[in-house]
Design a protein around this ligand. Structure first.
Ligand code: FAD
Length: 518
């Protein structure tokens, strides 16, 4: 089952999107002679120099909408031959710090390459999907559900591209069970920074296979990925319980991720909330649906501090499941947990609606304008041995007023991450994802962005001074010494892979790790 050599393309109509086919900007005039299947546009039309973060605004010279893998090879070859051009693949542009931007370079709009093909499995081979790099996970889910299948590992939010999350990691409440999305890939089709087009497997071209997974787009453009599938459940019981004590909360999370598969939930996450009635950050943020009874704050012990903790779990089931048995099973799994009795909420919904649960929050945030405001998010992997100290200083002190959005905190285990992949995680066997998903109205209705960035810096500074060997997830640094520290003993391997696959450093300049060489 070799993936087909090229994806089918969606041509973007010049009339509707303002795309021009014959532009000759000063530094990339040879683009016009490439005879592409796809098209070229100028910034300010289809895609601009923006991303979800809204902090960096680097304008490219032009945007290429590839119509085929051959187009990508042509563009990479042309950029290599130029003295100073760079090239950034852009998936859905949901980076925070300009990682998919290319100042005075070219942006490759990966969403113009379409293709999702499903193999339903055989007695000797499990099911999988071949998805083009620019496909969004929401579309992969819709296509696979049509035949009763689905990928095993997810992100919380689905309109992210396959190539974009595989260049980072892709983590969510299933990571403890199946590893991040990068641990669920059977092969990749990649166009390297030298313009070589190849399929990479764990056994063949493995250096590029593992290099590209979590590789921050540094070694090649992922044009297609073969992703493992499993049978999709019909329904999900989504459950939230509340804790006043961080130690009990984290011990229960750690217990749940350590149990054998059949005795635990299918999804384990958690978040921090403010101990007040703030509609965004406080008690109401725990309710799962309007049908949930209201949050009885009188149940919170007097000894509780400024923050509470919400364990979020989910269990899959099918339409024909016997509810008595299901309820008993769930009661059994919740019985040893030490949440505040009475602060327990649940909601049954379809598997699709569960995976797409952030969509409703997106709709609300778009209507209030905060979806389009800057998002100075901070994502960290914090080692288990330091998470209590982190809670005391960061959650309960620095962030005691919340961040205007979710503060996620949940454990994952190192053994689900292959150390040959480029992704960087802490050294301990268990570590926590901490995500500050900040949502504020734009200044002056909300705080100035500088003050939020300063708070992020304060957290990072605390980690350094407290000796917390955390790793940034979706990293962004300004100096080589910071990158070296980030990669630690994997820095030499990262350099080696860069010089092998993208020796002129044309790719993903927005990551600001390497400078273009001639
Ligand atoms: P882009 O921003 O377009 O690109 C990211 C990087 O990958 C860039 O350097 C780009 O050049 C490179 N790249 C893109 N496509 C390719 C390709 N085909 N080949 C090679 N390089 C490529 N992450 C999680 O792990 N879990 C979550 O639950 C989660 N939730 C999120 C929710 C929201 C609302 C947002 C905004 C982000 C979330 N993220 C989450 C982070 C997200 O996974 C990353 O930001 C991811 O990179 C976004 O995908 P994208 O397609 O928008 O990538």
């Amino acid at each position: 089952h070799e993936p087909p050599s090229s994806c089918t393309a969606t041509r973007i109509s010049p009339a509707s999107s303002g795309i021009i086919s014959n532009t000759k900007p000063a530094d990339c005039s040879s683009l016009a002679s490439l005879d592409l299947h796809g098209s070229i546009s100028l910034p300010g039309t289809a895609i601009t120099s923006e991303d979800f973060g809204g902090i960096y605004h680097h304008k490219p010279l032009a945007i290429v909408h590839p119509g085929s893998v051959e187009d990508i090879v042509k563009v990479v070859t042309m950029v290599n031959a130029s003295p100073n051009l760079t090239l950034a693949a852009m998936g859905n542009g949901h980076s925070i710090n300009g990682q998919a931007q290319a100042l005075n370079g070219l942006v490759l709009d990966m969403k113009s390459l379409k293709g999702i093909e499903i193999f339903q499995g055989s007695p000797t081979e499990g099911p999988y999907v071949d998805a083009c790099g620019g496909e969004l996970w929401i579309d992969v889910l819709k296509a696979t559900l049509r035949v009763g299948l689905a990928p095993r590992s997810w992100t919380d939010y689905l309109p992210l591209s396959v190539g974009g999350t595989l260049s980072n990691g892709g983590v969510s409440g299933q990571t403890f069970k199946f590893g991040p999305q990068i641990s669920n890939v059977l092969n990749l089709h990649v166009v390297s920074g030298k313009g070589e087009s190849m399929t990479c497997y764990p056994e063949k071209n493995q250096d590029l296979f593992y290099g590209a997974l979590g590789g921050l787009g540094q070694f090649g453009i992922i044009t297609k990925a073969r992703i493992m599938l499993q049978r999709a459940p019909h329904m999900v019981r989504w459950i939230r319980t509340v804790y006043a004590d961080f130690e009990e909360f984290r011990a229960d999370q750690e217990l749940l991720i350590s149990l054998p598969e059949e005795r635990t939930f299918d999804y384990v996450e958690g978040f921090v909330l403010t101990n007040n009635d703030d509609p965004i950050s406080g008690w109401p943020s725990v309710l799962l649906s309007p049908s949930n009874s209201s949050f009885d704050f009188k149940l919170i012990p007097q000894t509780a501090g400024p923050m509470l903790y919400c364990l979020e779990v989910a269990l899959h089931y099918d339409h024909d499941e016997d509810f008595v048995t299901l309820n008993k099973r769930i009661e059994g799994m919740l019985a040893p947990l030490r949440f505040i009795k009475g602060l327990h909420f649940s909601f049954d919904l379809s598997y699709f609606d569960f995976l797409n649960r952030v969509h409703a929050a997106e709709v609300a945030a778009r209507s209030s304008g905060i979806w389009d405001a800057p998002h100075p998010w901070l994502n960290l992997f914090v080692p288990k041995s330091k998470i209590s100290a982190f809670d005391a200083k960061v959650f309960r002190e620095i962030l005691k007023d919340g961040v205007g959005g979710p503060i996620l905190v949940y454990p994952v285990t190192r053994n689900k991450w292959d150390s040959r992949m480029s992704a960087i995680i802490p050294g301990e066997d268990t570590f926590y994802l901490v995500a500050l998903l900040r949502f504020s109205p734009p200044y002056p209705s909300g705080p100035p962005i500088q003050s939020i960035l300063a708070q992020n810096e304060q957290i990072l500074h605390y980690c350094t001074t407290a000796g917390i060997d955390m790793k940034l997830y979706l990293p962004h640094y300004k100096t080589e010494s910071d990158w070296k520290r980030h990669f630690g003993r994997k820095w030499q391997q990262f350099l080696q892979r860069k010089s092998t696959y993208d020796p002129k450093a044309i790719l993903a300049p927005g990551q600001r790790i390497f400078s273009r060489s001639t």
